[in-house]
Ligand binder design. Structure first.
Ligand code: S3P
Length: 438
């Protein structure tokens, strides 16, 4: 494990782009692999999580080439995946695991999948339940954990399924399984979660409809066996990655940076709303549409932040951003309450605990209150000076490196390699903006 640390003292400035969106990259590879014809992907995130998905769909029969920075996927067509030679190892990626199980559940195929220690500890029951109702069979470890073996069904049953927790991965698993299922499969969610699967299935020609079902919920229906036709996919920059340099610039006096070409799908952009609620100086420019996804350039300027009460219904649109939002709250004047964070306990690590323990180690006044996290700052930089154990969690690693750039004393993390999961050039990019990371 490589220890690495960040030190305060330098102003950040410059214009950057961050790597491609992780969620969209996984989906482009999987849906491209299931389609007929050649899908051309530009801007694919070339980070460990997504490369695992690329390897998985290759092992299942899709042909993949890289050409001038683009990825070309020759799809297998309906029900055309072939059994892989051995076990599929999805590393750290919950999205790869849950979406792939959906994609394969309704085809007569047997597949064993596993992952790293973090992924093997994460709950898979949330996809095993609906995919089981559709006819797939699973053998999993205690508590529905991986490694697990899927036996997909050749006679799938359409279902109407209410997703019990707000989860785009569960929703997507059922929608992908529905592609190969006769009749109409319907997924309902009480709170809308990221809709990249729906957007991309539409652009590949799937028979999908999306309706608002009141109070922020949605009803999504897929009619099976529509042929998916390959298209070109332009992957925008990942807002979840832009968040780290962006918040660093908000916290370091004198800083101003621009992150260009960032995905601004409203179901992903909750962090920016939260930071604006906290008084952040953020400007979104050149709003445009890129292949069905909203995109823009974001300017982040240093300025005072104030505490805010962030409602639970904001969580789905910023679920991956709480580690970095919590760092921002530690620098704000007053109390910030992030409500309704139960899902953080089942991410790449227990992020609920990791945020509280990490901030406390940095001298921040932080506490849990049921499923809420409450952080009290006085508008000055917290002490910092901690060593953070990241437990294979890329976002905890990057969030606390940002803390060290702006706190009174440096912060170290025990495992820089975790960052490879989603943002391989993070350290170089931060150094390029002026940050001290060694
Ligand atoms: C993702 C959905 C979210 C998110 C994850 C990516 C996706 O997970 O945390 O990083 O691409 O669908 P949940 O579905 O578990 O909320």
């Amino acid at each position: 494990m490589t220890q690495i640390g960040s030190k305060p003292g330098n102003v950040l400035s410059g214009t950057i782009r961050v790597p491609g969106d992780k969620s969209i990259s996984h989906r482009a590879l999987m849906i491209g692999a299931a389609a007929v014809g050649q899908t051309r992907i530009s801007g694919l995130l070339e980070a460990d999580d997504v490369l695992r998905t690329a390897e998985a769909v290759r092992a299942l029969g899709a042909r993949i080439q890289q050409q001038n920075g683009n990825w070309l996927i020759e799809g297998v067509g309906p029900g055309g995946f072939v059994p892989p030679d051995g076990e599929i190892d999805l590393g750290n990626s919950g999205t790869a695991a849950r979406l792939l199980l959906g994609l394969l559940a309704t085809q007569e195929i047997s597949v064993s999948i596993t992952g790293d220690e973090s992924l093997r500890s994460r709950p898979m029951g949330r996809v095993i339940d609906p995919l089981g109702l559709m006819g797939a069979n699973f053998e999993a470890e205690e508590g529905d954990r991986m490694p697990l073996r899927l036996r997909g069904t050749g006679e799938p049953i359409p279902v109407e399924y209410l997703v019990p927790v707000p989860s785009a991965q569960v929703k997507s698993a059922v929608l992908l399984a529905a592609l190969n299922t006769p009749g109409r499969t319907t997924v309902r969610e009480r709170e809308a979660t990221r809709d990249h699967t729906e957007n991309m299935l539409k652009s590949f020609g799937a028979a999908i409809s999306v309706e608002d079902s009141g109070a922020g919920g949605r009803k999504i229906s897929v009619d099976g066996f529509a042929e998916l036709t390959a298209v070109n996919v332009d992957v925008p920059g990942d807002p979840s990655s832009a968040a780290f340099p962006g918040v660093a610039a908000l916290l370091i006096p004198g800083s101003e940076i621009t992150v260009e070409n960032v995905g601004l799908n409203p179901l992903r952009a909750g962090l920016f709303d939260t930071l604006i609620d906290m008084g952040a100086n953020i400007e979104i420019m050149n709003r445009r549409d890129s292949a069905g996804e909203a995109v823009g350039d974001i300017v982040f300027r240093f300025g005072a932040l104030k505490g805010a009460d962030i409602p639970a219904n904001r969580a789905p649109s910023m679920i991956d951003e709480y580690p970095i939002a919590a760092i921002a709250a530690a620098f704000a004047d007053g109390e910030t309450r992030f409500r309704g964070l139960a899902e953080l306990r089942v991410k790449e690590s227990d992020r609920f605990a990791a945020i509280i323990d990490g901030l406390a180690a940095c001298g921040v006044d932080v506490r849990a209150d049921g499923d809420d996290i409450v952080i009290c700052g006085d508008g000055t930089p917290p002490p910092g000076g901690a060593k953070i154990v990241v437990n294979l969690d890329h976002r905890i690693a990057m969030a606390f490196l940002v803390m060290g750039l702006a706190a009174e004393a440096p912060v170290t993390i025990d495992d820089a390699a975790a960052i490879e999961t989603s943002f391989p050039c993070f350290i170089e990019l931060m150094i390029g903006l002026g940050g001290k990371i060694v």
